[in-house]
Design a protein around this ligand. Sequence first.
Ligand code: NDP
Ligand code: 8X3
Length: 250
Amino acid sequence: MLVTGASSGFGAETARQMADMGVNLLLGARREDRLEQVAAECIKRGATSANIRKLDVASTESVNAFADWAKATAGRVDVLVNNAGGAHGMEYVEDGQDEDWEAMFQANALGILRVTRAVLPLMKPHPGGIILNIGSVASRVAYEGGAAYCACKAAELSITKALRLELNGTGLRVGTIDPGMAETEFSLVRLKGDREKADAVYAGVEPLKAGDVAEAIVWAANRPAHVCIDEILMMCTAQATPYKLHRLKG
Ligand code: NDP
Ligand code: 8X3
C-alpha cells in the first residue's frame, strides 16, 4: 500500500490501521521525521515492512523519483491512497493570496494527477488494485472562504470519475472518500499555525477523528476485487453540510 501525506492525520492513521493487517507500506510526505515515527509505529503494529521517502506532490520531479523508489523497493503497488493535501487560508476571493491558491491546486488536484500517472505502471500489471483519492464534502458544496479549496476538491472528484472511466477494463478500481470536518492538523495548517483559531473550529462539536476516516479508507481498500466503492461521503453527526453545524454552547 502506498500512502501520500502519511506524516499526519488520515494518512498516518490509514498506515497504522493497515499495519494491523501485516501489509507492506510505502509512505510519503515532506516531513521525514514524522514519517519515521509513523513507520516505527506501523512496524510495532505488525506491518511486514514500512518504508518511507520524502515526497512533495507539488513537484513532478519529486513524484517521479518517489515512484522510481517505490518500484525499486516493492516492485508493485496494489493500493494507492492519494491523501496528501489540505487547505491554506479562509479569505474571501477578493482578499485571496496567490501562494495559497497555488499550493492548494498543486497538492489537492495536480498532486493526484502526478502521483497517479507515476504509480499506474506499478499497478496495471496487477488487476484488483485500487486507487482511493481523498476528497471532501467541499468537493460537493461550496462555502464562503473556501472558493479555491472547494474548487480543487471538485477537481479531485472529477479526476476520480475520469480515472474510473479510463481504467474500466483493466481490473483496477478507483474511488473517492469525502469527509466533512475532522480534527487533524488540517485547521492548524489552514489557519497558518494559529492554535486558538484552529481549536475554535471544533468547539462544541464532536468532529470526525482521523481514525473514523481511516476506517472508511481501509474498508474500501479491502473489498473483494469485483467490488468498487466509488464514493463515500461522511460527516460527523453534528454537521449536515459545511455550514450547517450544530454546536453545543458552554
Ligand atoms: P493533515 O494536515 O493532518 O495531513 C495532511 C497530510 O498531507 C500531511 O501528511 C502532509 O504532510 C501532507 N501533505 C500536504 N501537502 C503535501 C505535499 N505538497 N506533498 C506531500 N505531502 C503533503 O490533514 P488531514 O489528514 O485532515 O488531511 C488529509 C487529506 O484529507 C487532505 O487532502 C485534506 O484536504 C483532506 N480532508 C481533510 C478534512 C479535515 O477536516 N481534516 C476533511 C476532508 C478532507 P507534510 O506536511 O509532511 O508534507
Ligand atoms: C475539509 C472539510 O468542510 O472544512 O475538507 O472543507 S471542510
